[in-house]
Design a protein around this ligand. Structure first.
Ligand code: UFG
Length: 342
């Protein structure tokens, strides 16, 4: 049984990936500092899979602790989610974002080398494409200047991995390093059991938790940022992807085991864009709740429309998203109700 270290495994995407890994027969070690998650998630995972993941509360910016983590567990591969992820906050606290997201990656790579671990799956984002020149976005598109320090940490992390993989490939003294970078589009939804889901701290930035919290009466009204975009209904278009589909992409990426001189990048999206109003319509249909929303000015930094071509992941990873927008809004609402009644 292969042992996978999942950093940030108590977080939103991390926890769903732990479930998918355990259900696929992997042994999982979660490393998380709980800065944006709750240890209760670990017992919720066990309720779904009936398997206890090993949990280590650890700050990966500490080199000594990270090396010890690797020495104790000697993982066969790493899925590295742990990072700060709020776009707006990163503009306020850039140094903290650079320190946390870059130092933890460097320490993880150091720990891997220490114990001879050769495989890493990195959690990247479609934000590296900036405003795309055409649609759909393929992996061949150039990366643009990042719109936020958060986005820049994803770009820099991809560059660090690229240099490390190149050096490992061309230098016999280095350990071979196989790295896959998954560029997520807009992850949303929750596990159908409603035992795990997204737990935003404070006022949510993202659309789906804002919708569900408004419907639940936690927020008075959803502001739809802009209805004068050049899209069919005037609102922005995104490629929303169900978190369980996204989790499965990580399991398949682990099986992608090619030794090469570069990092293999994959878009992880559905290939289909939906507008903000279409998401609202789906939510109202699946929840039966009328949503209080109003149009507001555009949000600074928003891209008008973006969606992926997931063709490369389909071809090389044998992965495909098959859950619908209705599945996303339905499970997100079920999760919100579960949080309310907890
Ligand atoms: N939106 C609203 N009202 C809200 C929240 C969002 O109308 O209260 C709209 C936004 O304007 C946008 C769409 O809903 O048109 C989606 O917004 P999100 O904040 O949910 O997602 P983003 O596309 O802005 O951000 C996501 C990830 C980031 C990542 C970025 C890359 O959350 O981590 O995609 O483009 F960097």
């Amino acid at each position: 049984m292969e042992k996978i270290l999942v950093t940030g495994g108590a977080g939103f995407i991390g926890s769903h990936t732990v479930v998918a890994l355990q259900e696929s027969g992997y042994e999982v070690v979660i490393a998380d500092n709980l800065s944006n998650s709750d240890e209760m998630v670990v017992s919720q995972i066990k309720k779904i899979t009936k398997i206890d993941p090993v949990f280590e509360k650890i700050d990966l910016t500490c080199t000594k602790d990270t090396v010890r983590l690797f020495e104790v567990h000697k993982p066969d591969a790493v899925i590295h989610f742990a990072s700060y992820k709020a776009v707006g906050e990163s503009v306020q606290k850039p140094l903290s974002y650079y320190f946390n997201n870059i130092t933890s990656l460097l320490n993880v790579l150091d720990g891997m080398r220490h114990v001879g671990c050769e495989r890493i799956i990195f959690s990247s984002s479609c934000t590296v494409y900036g405003i795309p020149d055409e649609l759909p976005v393929t992996e061949k598109f150039p990366r643009k200047k990042a719109c936020s320090p958060y986005g820049n940490t994803k770009k820099i992390s991809e560059d660090i991995l690229a240099d490390a993989v190149y050096a490992a490939f061309h230098n016999d003294r280095e350990l071979p390093l196989k790295a896959v970078s998954l560029r997520y589009f807009n992850p949303t939804g929750a596990h159908p059991s409603a035992l795990i889901g997204e737990l935003p701290l404070g006022v949510p930035n993202n659309l789906m938790p804002y919708i569900t919290q408004t419907a639940a009466g936690i927020r008075p009204v959803l502001n739809v940022f802009g209805n004068d975009y050049n899209t069919p209904d005037g609102t922005c278009i995104r490629d929303y992807i169900h978190v369980c589909d996204l989790a499965e992409a990580h399991v398949l990426a682990l099986k992608y085991n090619k030794v090469s001189s570069f990092v293999e990048m994959f878009n992880i999206g559905t290939g289909r864009g939906y507008s903000v109003l279409e998401v609202i319509k789906s939510f109202e249909k699946m929840s039966g709740v009328h949503l209080n929303y109003e149009f507001a000015p555009r949000r600074r930094g928003d891209v008008e429309k973006i969606w992926s071509s997931p063709a490369k992941a389909e071809e090389l990873l044998n992965w495909k998203a098959y859950r619908s927008l209705d599945d996303m809004t339905e499970t997100a609402w079920k999760w919100q109700l579960a949080v309310l009644s907890a």
